[in-house]
Design a protein around this ligand. Structure first.
Ligand code: ADP
Length: 513
C-alpha cells in the first residue's frame, strides 16, 4: 500500500513515467526507478545533443522507452565525475563501502519483482528467468559487500633485518564497465559490486538493447546513498557506441576496463587499452562443448542439456554449443532430447506464465541464427527438429536439433547464441577431447559421466576456464567466472573478482635498527 501511494506520487511528479504503461497489467508496483535519462554525477541527464534512441520489447517490437543517445562529450562528463568522486571514495573505509553495497543489495531484493518486469520487457527473457537473474545480480552486491572487508595486504618476511616489506592493495581508480544485453542486470552488478568494494568509481555503458535495467540499478544505487559520481551510466545507440567506447578505453582518467560481450569487440577494446596500458578484464564468447559419456546418468544429462542450451533462448556466453554424445548412449539421448524439447519447452512472450523460451534479442541475432542453421544444413547437417523462425513471427525461433554435424560447419565453428542444438556422435574419450579442445575459445565446458576416473581425467584435460560436471547451471557470485584462450582474461565473482580493480603497492621500510 505504501509502495502504491509512493508510486502514484512519483507518477504525479514525473508524468513522463506514464510512458512506461507497457508494464501496466503486469503488476509493476514501484515505477520510480524507470528512467529515460542517463545518470552522471548523481544527476539524471539528457544527452548534450538532446538526441535519444528507442528501446523496444523483443517479444512484440513495441517501443517501451527512449533513452539519451550520448556521445563523447557526455562520456567525458561521466569520466570527469567518476574521477572527482574517486578522490573521496578511495578514502572511505572498507566498512563504509560494505554498508552501502549492502543497502544497494537490500533495495534490489526489495524491488526484485519490478526489476524482473523491466528485464523481461526489454530483454524478452521469461519472467521466471528474469527473476532468477535479479537474484543472481543482487547476489554480487551482497557478496562484494562482504568481500570489501577482506581485501587484505601482506607482510612478507624480509631478507634484510633493517627492512620491513609490506604489500597493500589499492583501488586502481575510475573503471569503465561495458556490458551486454543477455544479462542486463547481473553483468553490471558483477562488475560494479567488485569495483565499488575495491574503492573504484565507475562509468557503466550498458548494451543499447537493454539500458532500462541499467538505469534502474543506478536509481537504486542513488537511493542506497552511494555518493554522486561513484556510479555513472552513459547510454548510447549502436552508431554512437564506438566513439563512446573509444573514450572509455583511452581517457587518461580511466584506469581500467571490464568488458563482457563479443570476441570481436573484446579484441578491439584490448587494443584500445594497450595505448594507455590500462588494466582490462574480458569475458568473451564461449562455444562451450557439452559432452555426454556412455556412463552418464541420462536424466541428469537431459536436465543439464535443457538448462545449458535453452536458458535465455541459448543466448548466454556459457550456453552449450557443441554437443558431443558417445555412441553407446547416443540414440537414447537424442530420443530423450526430442521428447524434452517438444513436451517441456514453451515459446512465446516472456510475460506469459507457461513460457520458458522467449524471443531472440534483435533482428541481427535471429538473422545470424537462421543463417547458421541454413548453412549447416547445406553442408550436410540433418534437421531433426525445428530449424526455422517460429510461427509466432517476429524474433521467435524454433528450438532446433541438428545432427550429422561436423567441425567445419558454422553450427560447430561459431557460437550459435540461439536455441539450436548441434549434436555429434563420438566413440572415444581421446577423440572427444581432441574435438572439444580444437577451438580458439575456452569459457565453459560441460560433461556428464559417472566414472570417477574419467571425471578427473576429463576435468583436467578440457581446455575451458569453467566446467560443469554432471551439472548444467554453474553461475554463482561465489564462483570464479572467466575463460581461457580467446574467451578472455581475468575472473569475475568469487574472492578473485576484486583483482581487476586493485593493484598491489609494495612498501619497503628501511633503516630499522
Ligand atoms: P553483441 O554482438 O552480442 O551485441 P557486443 O560485443 O557488440 O555484443 O556488445 C556488448 C557491449 O559492447 C554492448 O554494450 C555494446 O554496446 C558494446 N560495444 C559494441 N561495440 C563497441 C565498441 N566499438 N566500443 C565499445 N563498446 C562496444
Amino acid at each position: 500500500m505504501r509502495l502504491l501511494k509512493q508510486s502514484r506520487r512519483v507518477l504525479q511528479l514525473h508524468p513522463h513515467l506514464l510512458k512506461f504503461d507497457f508494464l501496466k497489467g503486469h503488476g509493476l508496483r514501484y515505477a520510480s526507478f524507470l528512467h529515460q535519462e542517463a545518470y552522471i554525477g548523481g544527476k539524471w541527464v539528457s544527452a548534450s545533443s538532446g538526441k535519444t534512441f528507442t528501446v523496444a520489447n523483443p517479444a512484440n517490437g513495441k517501443v517501451i522507452g527512449h533513452v539519451p543517445d550520448m556521445a563523447e562529450e557526455d562520456t567525458q562528463a561521466a569520466i570527469d565525475s567518476a574521477y572527482e568522486a574517486f578522490q573521496s571514495w578511495k578514502r572511505t573505509t572498507a566498512k563504509e563501502r560494505s554498508i552501502l553495497l549492502r543497502k544497494w543489495y537490500d533495495l534490489m531484493e526489495a524491488h526484485k519483482d519490478d526489476l524482473a518486469l523491466i528485464l523481461t520487457a526489454e530483454a524478452g527473457k521469461p519472467l521466471a528467468e528474469a527473476r532468477g537473474e535479479i537474484g543472481y545480480g543482487s547476489s554480487f552486491l551482497e557478496w562484494f559487500a562482504e568481500e570489501a572487508k577482506r581485501i587484505y595486504g601482506e607482510v612478507v618476511p624480509s631478507p634484510a633485518s633493517s627492512k620491513e616489506m609490506i604489500f597493500i592493495r589499492e583501488p586502481i581508480g575510475v573503471v569503465s564497465l561495458i556490458t551486454p544485453w543477455n544479462f542486463p542486470n547481473a553483468m553490471i552488478t558483477r562488475k560494479a559490486g567488485a569495483a565499488l568494494a575495491s574503492g573504484c568509481t565507475c562509468v557503466i555503458k550498458p548494451a543499447e538493447d537493454t539500458p532500462l535495467s541499467a538505469l534502474a540499478i543506478a536509481d537504486l544505487a542513488e537511493k542506497a546513498g552511494i555518493p554522486p559520481g561513484v556510479v555513472n551510466v552513459v547510454t548510447a545507440s549502436r552508431p554512437n557506441t564506438p566513439a563512446v567506447g573509444n573514450l572509455l578505453c583511452t581517457s587518461p582518467k580511466v584506469a581500467g576496463v571490464s568488458f563482457t560481450g563479443s570476441s570481436a569487440v573484446g579484441k578491439l577494446l584490448y587494443r584500445l587499452c594497450s595505448t594507455g596500458i590500462k588494466k582490462i578484464g574480458l569475458e568473451l564468447g564461449g562455444n562451450a562443448p557439452f559432452i555426454v559419456f556412455n556412463s552418464a546418468d541420462l536424466n541428469k544429462a537431459i536436465e543439464g542439456f535443457l538448462v545449458a542450451k535453452f536458458r535465455n533462448a541459448g543466448q548466454t556466453c556459457i550456453s552449450a554449443n557443441r554437443i558431443y554424445v558417445q555412441s553407446g548412449i547416443y540414440d537414447q539421448f537424442l530420443a530423450a532430447c526430442k521428447e524434452a524439447i517438444s513436451k517441456r519447452l514453451v515459446i512465446g512472450d516472456g510475460f506469459s506464465k507457461e513460457v520458458n523460451v522467449g524471443p531472440l534479442i534483435n533482428q541481427s541475432q535471429i538473422n545470424k541464427v537462421e543463417g547458421l542453421v541454413n548453412d549447416s544444413v547445406k553442408m550436410g547437417a540433418e534437421l531433426v527438429l525445428g530449424g526455422k523462425r517460429h510461427d509466432l513471427g517476429g524474433l521467435f525461433f524454433e528450438p532446433t536439433i541438428l545432427t550429422q554435424v561436423s567441425a567445419e560447419m558454422p553450427c560447430i565453428r561459431e557460437e550459435i547464441f540461439g536455441p539450436v542444438a548441434a549434436i555429434q556422435k563420438f566413440e572415444t574419450e581421446e577423440e572427444v577431447l581432441a574435438m572439444a579442445n580444437a577451438c580458439p575459445h575456452g569459457l565453459a565446458g560441460y560433461f556428464f559421466s559417472q566414472d570417477i576416473s574419467q571425471v578427473w581425467r576429463v576435468a583436467r584435460r578440457l581446455e575451458t576456464g569453467m566446467i560443469g560436471i554432471n551439472e548444467g547451471l554453474i553461475s554463482a557470485a561465489e564462483a570464479a567466472f572467466g575463460g581461457i584462450k580467446e574467451s578472455g582474461i581475468g575472473r569475475e565473482g568469487s574472492r578473485h573478482g576484486v583483482d581487476d580493480y586493485t593493484h598491489i603497492k609494495y612498501l619497503c621500510m628501511g633503516g630499522i635498527n
